[in-house]
Design a protein around this ligand. Structure first.
Ligand code: NDP
Ligand SMILES: O=C(O)C1=N[C@H](C(=O)O)C[C@H](O)C1
Length: 266
């Protein structure tokens, strides 16, 4: 499978390039960086600190190299994601997007793309986070009506979006398990809101230092509470998952795929 990785200087793009370079089933054919960076035109292996040259360039124009690839892996910014999506559709290339912070309208554009390309969107490509989602679904279906549900997510100081894409997916999973839409029951921050409105899902975002991603869902009952937490120690789990998602798209027909398909969690 021939792969293009965007943002190879980014926290995720760098790790994804390193993982893809180590896989026998993947060949990196280009990296894409923003215009004006001093690393444009240099070797992808050097830019992404792979430890060796890969003899493929980092370019600032995806369209000039897109026909060399089967799939694009994009973990960059929400603005870049829309440009990548348009080009993937125009050139009929598979796309794995792991960026977060999209509006409902932007998410709809990913869903619509599925009529012409293999499209896989995943706000979180860690295997254990996606297993956690199944656990959350079970708990919410079983006892969610009786409990107060609050989500706390923690990330590094540089993260651009809040709440995290993962916490939105977790909230959607639990809202659907309650037979509701998240937009009808989500409350962002409870400062000054007292007493707590029953039947809502509360969101809390903490940003500090270089904390890698953590998500805790609190199920508060009377005299007891249940906490389900995922911590990552670094971002490798996401990079490995991103490459597994790309490999999953090999020879797939156009359609909307999720990491649940990759992990057989549907
Ligand atoms: N799905 C998942 O499991 C995960 C998703 N994410 C998401 O991935 C995204 C990226 O996160 P992270 O790596 O931490 O972010 P970073 O800020 O570390 O990296 C963003 C990168 O995007 C690059 N970039 C910006 N504009 C362009 C452009 N026009 N063309 C090409 N590259 C561009 C920047 O280049 P430069 O360095 O030159 O400025 C930078 O390297 C976020 O939305 C984050 O939430 C993160 C972790 C896991
Ligand atoms: O920016 C990050 O770091 C992460 N972003 C994703 C999100 O918004 O949920 C996934 C993971 O939490 C790491």
């Amino acid at each position: 499978m021939k792969v293009i990785v965007t943002a190879p200087r980014g926290k995720m793009g760098k790790l994804i390039t390193q993982v893809a370079a180590s896989r026998d089933d993947m060949e990196l054919v280009a990296g894409i960086g923003p215009k004006g960076r001093d690393y444009i035109g240099t070797d992808l292996g050097t830019v992404a600190m792979v430890g060796k040259e890969l003899h493929v360039p980092v370019v600032d124009d995806l369209e000039s190299v897109i026909d060399k690839c089967d799939v694009i892996i994009d973990f960059s910014t929400k603005e870049m994601a829309m440009e990548v999506l348009d080009l993937a559709i125009r050139h009929k290339k598979g796309l794995v997007c792991g960026s977060t912070g999209f509006s409902d309208e932007e998410m709809k554009r990913f869903e619509d793309a599925a009529s012409s390309i293999p499209m896989l969107y995943a706000a979180n490509t860690s295997k254990l986070v996606n297993v956690m989602n199944k656990v959350l679904e079970f708990i919410t279906k079983t006892v969610g009506e009786e409990l107060d549900i609050e989500i706390l997510e923690m990330h590094d100081q540089w993260k651009k979006d809040a709440p995290s894409g993962t916490s939105k997916e977790m909230g959607e999973t639990m809202a659907h398990a309650l037979g509701k839409e998240l937009s009808d029951i989500a409350v962002y921050g409870r400062e000054g809101v007292s007493p707590r409105e029953p039947g809502t899902i509360g969101y809390h975002s903490l940003r500090a230092g270089n904390i890698p991603s953590s998500h805790t869902v609190f199920f508060g009952g009377m005299g007891e509470r249940l906490e389900i937490t995922h911590h990552c120690y670094n971002w490798e789990c996401f990079a490995r998952g991103a490459c597994d998602c790309a490999a999953y798209l090999a020879n797939k027909d156009p359609g909307y795929y999720t990491i649940k398909d990759v992990l057989h969690l549907s």
